[in-house]
Design a protein around this ligand. Structure first.
Ligand code: FES
Length: 143
């Protein structure tokens, strides 16, 4: 199942729900894996959707214990590590351009050095913020 944004007047802000939404025609599979390499949960996400939106839905429903606060990419709470093949070998190999805000937040949190470039090697050792990650392909998310 996939999440969608709905309005809940009890909370006065948009809320995410995992109910009632049909899978999109071309979803991607997002697998969340803990530090011991154990699969915590997995879900389908709309291709191109923000990872933080899935994180919010899964945490709200008690399926995932992952910190997040702002959901706007500025607080730095939603740190994750990504892998496309799930073996943690770092052989994803390509480069990824971090948005300037993400890079700056990661530096502020001392997860990247002060002189870190925006272009980084795409590897499971690279810290990312779920707020800045798009679900463009199947992903392993190490939490
Ligand atoms: S929740 Fe604040 S940066 Fe993602």
């Amino acid at each position: 199942m996939l999440g969608f944004i709905s309005f809940n007047p009890t909370y006065g802000s948009p809320r995410l729900s995992l109910e009632l939404m049909e899978p999109t025609p071309d979803p991607v599979t997002i697998r969340f894996v803990d530090a011991a390499g154990v699969l915590v949960t997995q879900a389908l996400a709309e291709r191109g959707s923000r990872l933080i939106d899935l994180v919010r839905a899964l945490t709200r429903d008690g399926e995932l214990a992952l910190s997040w606060r702002c959901a706007q990419g500025t607080c730095g709470a939603c740190v994750v590590y990504l892998g496309s093949d799930g073996d943690g070998s770092g052989d994803e190999g390509g480069q990824v351009e971090l948005p300037a805000i993400e890079r700056n937040v990661l530096v502020r949190r001392e997860l990247l050095p002060v002189d870190a470039p925006r272009w980084q090697i795409d590897s499971p050792t690279l810290p990312r913020l779920a707020c800045h990650v798009r679900c463009t392909a199947d992903l392993f998310v190490y939490i």
